[in-house]
Design a protein around this ligand. Structure first.
Ligand code: IVH
Length: 672
């Protein structure tokens, strides 16, 4: 009986694994999903359930490895089959002309060479080894000769196939850049800012930090991706050109950002592509810091060979850093919903690469000490992916002696309660139980989209509620009356009705939104969804002990402690009681998405009027479609609002159907 059961489970597991590999490939490599994210999650859950019952089915290439496995004690050294080279830099057109001249001299030829131009991704270089099509090792570049074996972490990256397809070679070492898209980076930094955690200076640091985690479950939460750009070792006759090699890698299921690779007939052509790419730099959904230029012919590449650390056949044409000098006028202290106090620099406004910058992150007092930055200093700031730029260094030569140190606060700037900084933490926190700043941030988070989504409850309304003492706890929102609202400076019948009905409507939000809305430390959207699905009710979640929590694959000690701490706090228990008493009834709802837009990819551009970009994307997803940040051959529709620019132009160039907002809504509402 048991043997039969196992055999059935094994077969079902194999089928699920195959399906998951296939959908993973469609999503990441082809940018053309066939099922929705929710359906993918359901398949994965089924596979995880089988592995829970029969752990022997958990093989290294099982899709379950995508969510991480047991933490390691340390990383082991990974020696590269052939050195991972770096690139020489070019900073202008003349440097590129010299590069071309050097190559021609070396090859003793006068006729033009064909080049391939690829954006230079600003991430972390890795080497992936495949044997018999299976991913067996992922390693960092290290010093070029040997790096660290980060295979466990690499397996969590959805865009990296665990299994190759289509006539793959027996042995392959492929190289590429792991990076994080800007939207995911900004979202994560924003969330960390709100939770009083340190923020990352740029997507590259975040990527490097995520890959260096000993606990792969953390890496799994970090939305990393890859673009492959070359090979180290290959038991296969490689195609003749580099462009064909990239196509071949893509055929094997590897992700290559093919839509941005361009061939150039000669070096002047390369130079004009370099200028164009620099102009388009801000329209890319990820950070690029230059353009890599490669001789396209692999025969010529071999002939050219390499110098000690760099190939003769490639060069990195770098973009200027987006840095400027300005003066740090003052420092303001922000208090987040967890009481975290973060310093932000007020700057003399300055234009950095087309954007006017008025403030910069100071991150924390360790950073302030490291930079030795003072009020009044002239500083170099850099825009590096985040909405808020960073201070790179102080121009000490410009000091006058009038600069003032930036002291770490001993008391909260808002409620004046004492501040403490716990051992191992870099951020001081306000300990005031009734700190209005904490309440304000908690309210903002509670009402925000993805949480209880109370429409119209923006900053201005929340400020007035607090000023008029109408709310002293989140639960007070549900006790507001029309009379309360009419104490506002400006309030009309319609606005009052709308607000009250938006508050009432929020009582029906699903459990996952409610869990997220509570603002429990370390519990973002993704974990809230998982907890909702696993526990099914708030009561069950509140009652879960660490053993139950840690049994969940994606939950480690940090999250488990945070949940237990939250639910055992008597203030929080009172808050939950009050919220439930007001009629909030959060239920776990597994949304089954529609299928009208199944397999279709959408890009939103320009300023949208009837809905914002997030809502548009949610609509697409709710019908089984997918949205992307950039236009490529794979895009099915571009929804363009007023002011649409380069994405619209690209859509027209590629002959992609362009819709107005109205057309899009019609498409969604149309029957069938
Ligand atoms: S080719 C021998 N192509 O830039 C060729 N590198 O400074 C070696 N990089 O370590 C690299 N995008 O991390 C190549 N399209 C691209 C790239 C790229 C980013 C990084 C890579 C490399 C560094 C060289």
């Amino acid at each position: 009986m048991r043997a039969d059961q196992f055999e059935m489970a094994r077969q079902q597991h194999r089928q699920l694994a195959q399906q998951l590999h296939h959908h993973n490939y469609c999503y990441h490599a082809l940018d053309q999903p066939e099922i929705s994210d929710a359906e993918y999650d359901q398949l994965l859950q089924k596979l995880l359930n089988i592995e829970m019952q029969f752990p022997q089915l958990t093989t290294p290439d099982s899709p379950s490895q995508r969510i991480g496995s047991k933490p390691l004690d340390s990383f082991v050294e990974a020696i590269h089959a052939s050195p991972m080279l770096s690139l020489e830099n070019a900073f202008n057109a003349d440097d590129l002309r010299n590069f071309d001249a050097r190559i021609k001299r070396f090859l003793s030829r006068t006729e033009d060479l064909e080049y391939l131009c690829e954006p230079k991704l600003d991430g972390v270089a890795v080497a992936l080894t495949y044997q018999q099509g299976k991913l067996v090792r992922g390693a960092t570049r290290g010093d070029g000769t040997s790096g660290e074996d980060i295979t466990q972490n690499i397996r969590t990256i959805g865009a990296i196939p665990l299994q190759l397809q289509n006539n793959y070679p027996e042995q392959l070492e492929v190289r590429g850049e792991i990076y994080m898209e800007l939207e995911a980076f900004r979202k994560l930094n924003q969330q960390r800012r709100e939770e009083g955690e340190t923020t990352f200076a740029n997507p590259r640091n975040l990527t490097a930090g995520s890959l260096r985690q000993l606990d792969a479950r953390l890496t799994a939460t970090r939305s990393l991706t890859i673009s492959c750009y070359g090979i180290g070792e290959l038991s296969y006759d490689p195609p003749e050109t580099h462009a064909q090699l990239l196509d071949t890698l893509h055929d094997w299921g590897l992700k290559v950002n093919l839509n941005v690779v361009q061939t150039a007939e000669n070096i002047e052509d390369v130079i004009s592509r370099y200028a164009d790419l620099q102009k388009m730099r801000d329209t890319f959904p990820y950070e690029i810091d230059g353009m890599v230029v490669k001789v396209n012919s692999r025969t010529l590449q071999r002939e050219l060979g390499e110098k000690s650390r760099t190939p003769r056949w490639a060069i990195a044409a770098k973009f200027p850093a987006r840095q400027e000098q300005t003066i740090l006028k003052s420092v303001r202290l922000q208090v987040g919903r967890t009481g975290a106090i973060t310093p932000v620099a007020n700057l003399q406004p300055v234009n950095v690469g087309g954007v006017t910058v008025t403030s910069a992150s100071l991150h924390n007092w360790d950073e302030i000490t490291r930079l030795d930055v003072r009020t009044g200093d002239t500083v170099i700031i850099e825009r590096a992916g985040d909405v808020i730029p960073n201070i790179i260094r102080v121009v000490t030569e410009k000091r006058t002696g009038a600069e003032q140190p930036i002291p770490e606060p001993t008391h909260c700037p808002i409620c004046h309660s004492p501040v403490t900084r716990e051992a191992g933490e870099v951020i001081p926190r306000c300990q005031g139980l009734d700190c209005p700043a904490k309440l304000k941030e908690s309210l903002k988070h509670f009402c925000s989209r993805g949480a209880m989504d109370i429409e119209g409850m923006g900053d201005r309304i929340i400020d007035q509620l607090l000023r008029l003492n109408l709310v002293s706890s989140i639960a007070d929102l549900y006790r507001l009356t029309r009379e309360d609202l009419f104490q506002f400076d400006r309030m009309g019948d319609k606005l009052a009705d709308n607000l009250l009905s938006a508050i009432a409507a929020s009582k029906q939000r699903p459990l996952e939104n409610f869990i997220f809305a509570l603002g429990i430390r370390h519990v973002g959207n993704h974990l809230a969804k998982l907890l909702s699905r696993q526990f099914g009710s708030l009561q069950a979640l509140a009652a879960a002990d660490s053993e139950k929590l840690l049994a969940l694959h994606e939950i480690g000690p940090q999250v488990s402690d945070s949940l237990i701490h939250f639910f055992s706090n008597s203030n929080n228990q009172q808050l939950l009681e009050d919220l439930l008493a007001s009629g909030i009834d959060p239920k776990n709802v597994e949304q089954t998405p529609g299928t009208k837009l199944q397999g279709k990819t959408f890009v939103f551009t320009g300023s949208l009027e009837q809905f914002n970009r997030k809502e548009g994307e949610a609509l697409v997803e709710s019908q089984g479609g997918r949205s992307s940040g950039s236009v490529s051959k794979k895009t099915d529709y571009v929804i363009a609002g007023p002011g649409a620019g380069s994405k619209l132009a690209k859509a027209e160039e590629l002959g992609i159907q362009v819709l107005s907002e109205g057309d899009f809504l019609e498409l969604i509402e149309r029957d069938g």
